[in-house]
Design a binder for this molecule. Structure first.
Ligand SMILES: C[S@@+](CC[C@H](N)C(=O)[O-])C[C@H]1O[C@@H](n2cnc3c(N)ncnc32)[C@H](O)[C@@H]1O
Length: 241
């Protein structure tokens, strides 16, 4: 199978080296489940100063990324059939697990545009299919958001993780947060692993985990819990028809 392509346009390409070499995600790259290419807009400038930013029209603080080097870097990327271009911006749609799943399943290439300084010349936005934010805060560049997305998508690709079922169980996969997890020892500093998990009764364990998962979501994330309830009632309606 062709590797899933991740093409990043960034002024700090060296940041992405760690992704290639570390842990589960690094192994996905070395075993060609995914491929990572990095493009520096500075390499696409034509002036002697290799200028990628300029003052904003109309005045104001900071510098803005110029369109020409970003468009030229983008044009140099070889485009696959099911590609998606994402622009990293705090003004974008807040990232969630559904986005990662969708990009991992419906696409074979993600192009990630990372901003710096005060952000992009507005015309650069026309390159993007989606604008993505990793939260309601502002970072200095789009590299960490792009790395978050790459990590989240690559771990969902077939073959990256050993047991695919661990993906189905975990937090956010079905709007619910994951149930509590324990490992040995059974007793530690006065804290005991719930007896039911040590009972060997798989039916009772599954029921306990489902309850814990619901309660945990309800107390920590009422927004997610309401979405789960909606999903449950609509699938019940479909069954009743
Ligand atoms: C200092 S920020 C620019 C923010 C811009 N002036 C604004 O108010 O929208 C520089 C770059 O960091 C990235 N960035 C910062 N915070 C982000 C976030 N929460 N999610 C995604 N990208 C972010 C974007 O690529 C952005 O262009």
């Amino acid at each position: 199978m062709e590797p899933y392509c991740l093409d990043v346009v960034t002024l700090v390409p060296q940041v992405f080296d760690s992704l290639r070499s570390l842990g589960v995600i690094g192994r996905a790259f070395s075993s060609r489940i995914a491929e990572l290419n990095v493009y520096n807009p500075r390499d696409f400038t034509k002036d002697t100063y290799r200028k990628v930013d300029d003052e904003p029209y109309g005045g104001g603080v900071g510098m803005v990324l110029k369109p020409e080097p970003i468009f030229a870097a983008f044009d140099s990327i070889s485009i696959k059939s099911r590609t998606r271009t994402l622009l990293m911006t705090p003004q974008g749609k807040p990232l969630d697990q559904g986005d990662l799943l969708r990009w991992s399943k419906e696409h074979d290439q993600l192009i990630l545009l990372c901003g710096q300084y005060e952000g992009f010349d507005e015309r650069i936005r026309t390159l993007a299919d989606e604008e993505v934010s990793i939260g309601d805060f502002v970072l200095t560049g789009g590299e960490l958001p792009a790395m978050v997305i790459i990590n989240g998508v690559v771990r969902l690709l077939q073959g990256t993780l050993g047991a695919q079922e661990s993906i189905l169980d975990e937090s956010h996969s079905e709007f619910l947060l994951e149930h509590p997890q324990y490992t040995r020892p059974a007793f530690f500093r006065g804290m005991e692993v719930p007896e039911i998990l040590r009972s060997g009764d798989h039916g009772a364990i599954a029921q306990w985990r489902a309850e814990q998962s619901k309660n945990r979501t309800k107390t920590r994330r009422l927004d997610l819990y309401s979405r789960w309830l909606e999903k449950e009632s609509s699938s019940q309606e479909k069954k009743d028809k």
